[in-house]
Design a protein around this ligand. Structure first.
Ligand SMILES: [Zn+2]
Length: 236
């Protein structure tokens, strides 16, 4: 079974600073996303899935509509796998309801209608549920298992500058990676873009994302679109 853990907004520098060994795996580095006008989540994951830059096409849909963009399996590298399960992956089967809720809560926070704790709670609850489901699926028999986690990004938007809090979130992601690594299967960990602090808050980092793999293969500074081929050809 090939395992992919997609982690939104996982910052390379924090992974190193917090010593998250299981996120780094045997080989890790930065992707190169400099060709994108903006580090948009939906654009980057879709481009990864399709193995081509879909920025122009998705941005043309407009800010609200672009989150509905969804590729068919035959338009992605999933077609190279006989059986696969992809959970919550932007550009394929993103769980819209949860993410609409998160964006509404972000607006409420900045309108001073809710506190950071009230913002965080449903994000943590959703994350916990997803994590349990992932651990169950690790015991099943798919050719490809791809889980996407967005807590590092969503919580990071309000707290990226608060290192001790972010460290706990990164350690939790590290624990998830450790449990998956224990299966001894080929595994890719990928992030669409990094994060940078803006005071206590956070915003998407331009220019790079994060990759690591269990094979010890040094991918250098790959474009996110080069990784579909790597998964299909070298990670089975
Ligand atoms: Zn993102």
């Amino acid at each position: 079974m090939t395992i992919i853990i997609g982690i939104d907004g996982l910052e390379y520098e924090y992974v190193k600073e917090f010593g998250c060994k299981d996120l780094m795996q045997k080989s890790f580095g930065k992707t190169n996303i400099e060709e994108y006008e903006e580090p948009r989540t939906i654009v980057l994951w879709s481009s990864f899935l399709a193995g081509q830059n879909l920025e122009e096409k998705i941005v043309a849909m407009g800010n609200e509509k672009m989150w509905d963009f969804a590729l068919k399996p035959e338009e992605t590298f999933f077609k190279h796998f006989e059986s696969f399960k992809a959970v919550d992956v932007p550009g394929y089967n993103y769980g819209r309801e949860q993410h609409v809720l998160e964006r509404e809560m972000l607006k409420k926070f900045f309108a001073e209608e809710i506190t950071v704790e009230e913002f965080d709670k449903p994000v943590f609850d959703y994350h916990r549920k997803l994590k349990e489901q992932f651990f169950e699926d690790l015991e099943k028999d798919y050719d490809l298992l791809f889980y996407y986690f967005n807590a590092a990004d969503v919580l990071g938007h309000l707290s990226f500058g608060m290192k001790s809090k972010m460290k706990l979130i990164y350690q939790d992601m590290n624990d998830i990676a450790a449990k998956a690594a224990a299966k001894g299967e080929p595994m890719l960990i990928l992030s669409d873009h990094g994060m940078k602090s803006v005071g206590r808050y956070g915003d998407h980092q331009e220019g790079y994302g994060f990759w690591s793999n269990s094979l010890g293969k040094d991918l250098g500074n790959p474009k996110i679109t080069e990784l579909a081929e790597f998964v299909a050809n070298e990670m089975k």
